[in-house]
Design a protein around this ligand. Structure first.
Ligand code: SAH
Ligand code: SF4
Length: 348
């Protein structure tokens, strides 16, 4: 029998499973408390009888997330972690301080199958989906390490969250449960490269989270070169889904736009984007692209970002030029894991 990941089970589900096996409900609450406290072996659960510890060991396993590397920015308080998972795989996560508290950027997959041209994560291909417990574990490990309380999360680390839909949804349910890390849906952002069918599925859930869409280009010609997913879900279909999403949920969509010099940063691009987004309940985040070793992309100069932003403003679209935190520690995800792999394989 394959072992079940008990840490990925919401309290209610754990209770139902144990009672179906004749184990009293209070034992489920005890188990959940130990899991929430970060305990990773059944022997350490001291208030459980030895026989029950044995029984749990025969049905469950507990995935672990351990800090393997930690980089602290000298410029701001940004911390970047490289985590090791139970099967030896690695993912990255970044903890950032804002005036309203600490925000953590989490990974949802080991690698990613979307292959965006500018992204370090995409370079290594896809390895596997993360379990809900492995997403929670990233927060627990950072909190235990720093002693701070994470008050918001963004699913913008390695991987495409909507390509791991079921686990991400379960993670989101568990995230807001009292007793655990306890972060409300309003303090969550989920970023997608634009899997239109999954955006519709998410829409049905009517969650209070913020949806970020990585748009990065105003038309198919440019976007298909940057993001292979655009061949499957072109700009018009994506923006139609986005418009419906805002109408159905009443929530503003945040469009991510990484400015790459000479690729997607012209005045003409800004006008085209302005025309297409005009009137939508949205917001555009302009980010100078992160330069990645082995890729030719160069970031647009600050004055290009300003000019681009001013044009979007004329169409009535709110724009922010994103502050880049932790720029001295390669804080954008995917870069540390790559480096690690290169060190291990001696290619770096
Ligand atoms: N897969 C999801 C979420 C993870 S990527 C997505 O693509 O949206 C998180 C964000 O980082 C996305 O907006 C992505 O486009 C952006 N990103 C990836 N590589 C980048 C780079 N080199 N510079 C700037 N942004 C980058
Ligand atoms: Fe995957 Fe997002 Fe990177 Fe694209 S940008 S390869 S979707 S992680």
């Amino acid at each position: 029998m394959t072992l079940l990941d008990c840490k990925s089970m919401p309290a209610e589900e754990l209770r139902a499973l144990l009672t179906s096996r004749g184990i009293p409900a209070f034992r489920a609450a005890q188990l959940r408390n130990w899991l929430d406290a970060g305990v990773t072996s059944f022997e350490e659960m001291r208030n459980l009888p030895r026989s029950l510890q044995e029984e749990f060991r025969s049905i469950f396993w507990i995935p672990t997330v351990k800090i393997e590397k930690k980089l602290v920015s000298q410029r701001d308080n940004t911390v970047k972690y490289l985590y090791g998972l139970s099967d030896g795989e690695n993912v990255e996560s970044v903890l950032m301080q804002y005036h309203h508290g600490w925000s953590q950027c989490l990974s949802t997959q080991v690698g990613c199958r979307m292959g965006c041209s500018f992204c370090a994560t995409g370079m290594g291909g896809f390895v596997r989906n993360l379990l809900p417990s492995e997403m929670i574990g990233q927060i627990e490990a950072a909190q235990a390490d720093t002693g701070v309380r994470v008050s918001s999360v963004v699913l913008m680390g390695m991987g495409e969250p909507l390509d791991n839909f079921d686990h991400v949804l379960r993670f989101l349910q568990m995230l807001s449960e009292p007793g655990g890390v306890h972060i409300g849906m309003r303090h969550v952002s989920l970023s997608t490269c634009g899997l239109v069918d999954q955006i519709y599925r998410l829409m049905e859930q009517n969650l209070q989270l913020t949806l970020s869409v990585s748009l990065h280009a105003p038309n198919d010609e440019i976007r298909s070169k940057m993001m292979p997913v655009n061949h499957r879900w072109p700009v018009a279909q994506l923006l139609k889904a986005c418009r419906e999403y805002t109408e159905k949920t009443g929530r503003r969509i945040s469009f991510e736009y990484a400015m790459v010099a000479g690729v997607n940063d012209s005045d003409a691009c800004a006008h085209e984007l302005g025309r297409k987004l005009r009137g939508m309940l949205c917001h555009v985040n302009l980010i100078p692209v992160n330069e990645v070793d082995g890729k030719e992309q160069r970031r647009s100069p600050v004055k290009r970002l300003r000019a681009f932003s001013a044009i979007l403003g004329k169409y009535g679209i709110p724009v922010t030029v994103r502050r880049t935190l932790g720029s001295d520690i390669n804080a954008s995800c995917g870069q540390l894991r790559r480096q690690e792999k290169e060190d291990v394989h001696g290619r770096g």
